[in-house]
Design a protein around this ligand. Structure first.
Ligand code: NAD
Length: 495
């Protein structure tokens, strides 16, 4: 149970300016540039971070390369790596509330969610991969008798990790933990507007015993720091979570540099499909509302398209709007808020434009669609439900990444599948039905990396998360993620 008094104390703690974390210490940008860090809670600047340059990236990559080549981590015994990563998990857990509050001040996620999904989840991720790392074996191939074919799993080298602002700690840990577990060195670039909690993780990793240079964090604009990392000839693989537009650029940078492998976790426009035979429509409405509106819709797997069978459409939409209107939007550091802030003013303005465009294309705004709590100076938007959305409308095709739900009705199963698969995305989906056969048919037919049945959202470290189509080409989480961070190396030995 979180304590409001403790949160209030942390929210007012001054945060000193932060540099990059390179080779085990904080350093200022070589050209001295900084970026203001603005809180979406009240729109005020509360600290500054270093604004990185190509030179800063080169410094961090060089530190990571030296650390990798001299084997201080890459050649450490698995038991040693395990000990350090378990210690890191413990340290994160120890200051989970402080980390969560720091993150919320930076990105606006409500604290109940940030505590679990950010801080505790990051600790869990480091623990999971720490425990997994000494269970990864090589192979002996079934060759002819006179040869021995060995398959070694070698760390790749220097990993460039670029992450977004919506869940920086959770997603950062999804990259860092398996990369470090397999013995790689990392240069991490957080989103320019959500760097603080990840900088603290780097510091905690040092305290846990991670050797200098193995984990480096360079902050600053994507177009400078991210681009330099992606173009670096010394970065061996790039792991990325963010928008499709940036993902495309990374593939180009890879082609222009050293053909580094790029694993991309991108956006979605995920269909949440409600059939008239769903067992509990009231529950479906409540969970579907949470499935789009939690974290102000700034969730990659948000169920942002609601497809409802036509004969239950009106009643279901009414129930859903009631749920949306009952959600308490407000100060993300107030424990009673259920939805926090939209991350930034440009995001909020883009959401409002999406609503206006949808209306101009014939959609009906049933609830929300406005900025609220403007007097706080923060960025808040009412949960928004748009009905009469055609599958081809821009609001049905383009990711909003905000608290805006597009509702479309469908006739039957075939129609639902056609509409569900009619976007370029394939990240997540949901199906509500009491018919087991239909549930399995939908699981097969809907092209998405994850499909929820009679629920929406929810997962843990044991299952992978990745997208189909233009939602990405890799997987985070689970043992499957380890494969990204090793090179397979064959030894062919004549006997
Ligand atoms: P973004 O692509 O704008 O930024 C992501 C990161 O890329 C940031 O660190 C940014 O600084 C960096 N970047 C920006 N331009 C760059 C460039 N030219 N070169 C290199 N790096 C660059 O995305 P965002 O707005 O931060 O995040 C929202 C997006 O992330 C949404 O599309 C969302 O769906 C997606 N997302 C996906 C998942 C998933 O697991 N599939 C999870 C969370 C978020």
């Amino acid at each position: 149970m979180l304590d409001q008094a403790a949160i209030n104390q942390l929210r007012d703690t001054p945060v000193s300016d932060r540099g990059h974390f390179i080779n085990g210490q904080f350093v200022t940008a070589q050209d001295g540039k900084t970026l203001d860090v603005l809180s979406p809670i009240d729109g005020k600047v509360f600290t500054r971070v270093a604004s990185g340059s190509v030179d800063d990236v080169e410094q961090a990559v060089a530190a990571a390369r030296i650390a990798f080549e001299d084997g201080r981590w890459s050649a450490a015994a698995p038991a040693e790596r395990k000990k350090v990563l378990l210690k890191l998990a413990e340290l994160i857990e120890r200051e989970a509330l402080a980390l969560a509050v720091l993150g919320v001040r930076d990105n606006g996620t409500e604290i109940n969610m940030a505590f679990k999904a950010e801080a505790l989840s990051a600790a869990g991720t480091f623990r999971y991969y720490a425990e997994a790392l000494d269970k990864v074996y090589g192979e002996i191939a079934p060759t002819a008798k006179n040869v021995l074919g060995l398959v070694h799993k070698a760390p790749v080298g220097v990993v460039g990790a670029i992450v977004p602002w919506n869940f920086p700690l959770m997603i950062g840990a999804w990259k860092l933990a398996p990369a470090l577990a397999m013995g790689n060195s990392v240069v991490l670039k957080p989103a320019e507007s959500a760097s603080l909690s990840l900088l603290r993780i780097a510091e905690l990793a040092s305290e846990a015993g991670l050797p200098d240079g193995v984990l480096n964090v360079v902050t600053g604009p994507g177009a400078v720091v991210g681009e330099a990392l992606a173009l670096s000839m010394e970065v061996d693989i790039l792991v990325f979570t963010g928008s499709g537009a940036t993902g495309r650029r990374l593939l180009e940078y890879s082609a222009r540099s050293n053909l580094k492998r790029c694993y991309l976790e991108l956006g979605g426009k995920s269909p949440n499909i409600v059939f008239n035979d769903a067992a509990d429509l009231a529950k479906a409405a409540k969970v579907s509302a949470a499935g789009i509106f939690r974290n102000s819709g700034q969730v990659c797997v948000a169920g942002s398209r609601l497809l409802v069978q036509e004969d239950i459409h009106d009643d279901f939409v009414a129930a859903l709007c009631k749920e949306a209107e009952a959600l308490k939007v407000g100060d993300p550091l107030d424990l009673s808020s259920q939805i926090g802030a939209v991350h930034s003013l440009p995001q909020l303005e883009a959401h409002l434009r999406f609503v206006a465009t949808a209306e101009s294309e014939g959609a009906e705004r049933r609830t929300g669609g406005t900025r609220i709590l403007e007097e706080t100076g923060g960025y808040y938007m009412a949960p928004t439900v748009m009905t009469r959305v055609k599958p081809t409308d821009s609001i049905a095709q383009t990711e909003v990444f905000g608290p805006v739900l597009a509702v479309t009705s469908f006739k039957d199963e075939e129609d639902a599948i056609r509409i569900a698969n009619s976007t370029d995305y394939g990240l997540a989906a949901g199906v509500w039905t009491a018919d087991l056969g239909r549930a399995h048919r939908m699981i097969k037919a809907v092209r998405s990396g994850v499909i929820h049945v009679n629920t929406y959202g929810g997962a843990d470290m044991t299952v992978p998360l990745g997208g189909m189509k233009q939602s990405g080409n890799g997987h985070d989480k689970s043992l499957h993620a380890l494969g990204k961070y090793v090179d397979l190396k064959t030894a062919w030995i004549q006997l």
